[in-house]
Design a binder for this molecule. Structure first.
Ligand SMILES: C[S@@+](CC[C@H](N)C(=O)[O-])C[C@H]1O[C@@H](n2cnc3c(N)ncnc32)[C@H](O)[C@@H]1O
Ligand code: SF4
Length: 333
């Protein structure tokens, strides 16, 4: 597997930000239809011939790892609908330089796969969960809540810790459930993260009608719980607090009300091998043609370094909310 072949100190973008985190979308398909992510009836998925094969993904991840990218997250679409995902996970976990392999999932298929994913070397799991009420969960996602709760239980039994719950804060939809979700996470020893909706794709733009500034969510929770600020800094975009007298950590991810672009440390690879440099912009660099033309390992690293030069300074969700036409399921959030 390639080691870094020049003296570049890791991957640094034109704004001096070091990139050390790759989000890898292993499929753009999903077995749910969260209204803010994937449109009902959407069929225009990437054709299988264009999916990066496991050996191609492995080469790309090895190239990134050789450039100092040591954190990899498997995402999608729903990553567990990609067949043999645990096999891919164990191949990636074994690559030199990959120190942290994690998974974002809707948990619907976790009951079946949690044990083998843990054995494969996945260290951490994030689960999307916007409601604890079956009817409402169905309204938001089109699916059933029960398998998600069973999947979470299976992840706990398999030894994943911490398990992070990602809850989109949706005004008029689930904004009467924040305290319930805090109680649920306390009960199960999960970490809770609230997320602001982003105008990605037509679905994300429509969800803007339900946008909720997380400052107001935090203020509301402060009326009920004593929140101690400043825990678990660094790593990612969440700002964490701890609920006093408990082990519960609550994170607030505020891409819109307080963007965190100045500390962005990540890029995203879509299932078709397109590298996206920013979640909120279209700047991209297709790697699949290079892989299929037989590019060398060092050539692949040079291409990644070239792509990094395209990383924009920041998203423009506020100024140009209509500009990202792809759906969140293509780049994995
Ligand atoms: C696209 S999903 C992929 C992984 C997996 N299917 C899941 O739901 O966790 C990753 C994350 O993106 C978030 N997401 C999707 N559409 C979004 C939007 N328009 N604004 C903000 N977050 C969004 C989801 O809530 C989820 O936490
Ligand atoms: S947020 Fe995740 S679970 Fe929901 S539709 Fe998008 S990819 Fe599927």
């Amino acid at each position: 597997m390639p080691q870094q072949h020049n003296s570049t100190p890791g991957l640094v973008d034109p704004y001096g930000r070091r990139v050390e985190y790759l989000r890898l979308s292993v499929t753009d398909k999903c077995n749910l239809r969260c209204f803010y992510c994937l449109p009902e009836g959407f069929r225009d998925f990437e054709v299988p011939d264009n999916w990066l094969r496991f050996d191609e993904i492995e080469r790309v991840v090895a190239a990134f790892a050789g450039l100092g990218v040591n954190r990899i997250r498997l995402t999608g679409g729903e990553p567990l609908v990609r067949r043999d995902l645990p096999q891919l996970a164990s191949r990636l976990a074994a690559l030199p330089g990959v120190e942290d392999l994690s998974l974002s999932t809707n948990a619907t298929l976790l009951q079946r796969h949690a044990g083998e994913l843990r054995e494969a070397g996945i260290s951490r799991i994030n689960v999307s969960l916007d409601s604890l009420r079956p009817e409402r969960f169905k309204q938001i996602t089109g699916g059933s809540l029960a398998p998600v709760l069973e999947g979470l239980q299976a992840a706990k039994s398999a030894g994943f810790a911490p398990i992070k719950i990602n809850m989109l804060a949706l005004r008029g939809i689930n904004d009467d459930e924040f305290e319930d979700m805090v109680a649920f996470c306390l009960e199960h020893d999960f970490t809770l993260r609230f997320i602001e909706t982003m105008p990605v794709g037509s679905t994300g733009r429509d969800a803007g009608d339900h946008f909720l500034d997380l400052q107001t969510v935090r203020q509301r929770l402060e009326r009920r719980f004593e929140l101690l600020p400043g825990v678990m800094p660094g790593g990612g975009p969440a700002r964490y607090v701890q609920v006093s007298g408990t082990g519960l950590r609550i994170g607030f991810i505020t891409p819109i009300s307080q963007h965190f672009c100045a500390t962005c440390n990540r890029v995203r690879l879509a299932v078709d091998g397109t590298l996206y440099l920013c979640l909120g912009q279209e700047h991209n660099y297709p790697l699949r043609p290079l892989l299929r033309q037989g590019i060398s390992d060092s050539g692949l690293q040079d291409a990644i370094i070239e792509a990094l030069a395209l990383k924009p300074e920041r998203h423009e969700f506020r100024d140009k909310p209509g500009q990202v036409v792809r759906f969140m399921s293509q780049t994995g959030g």
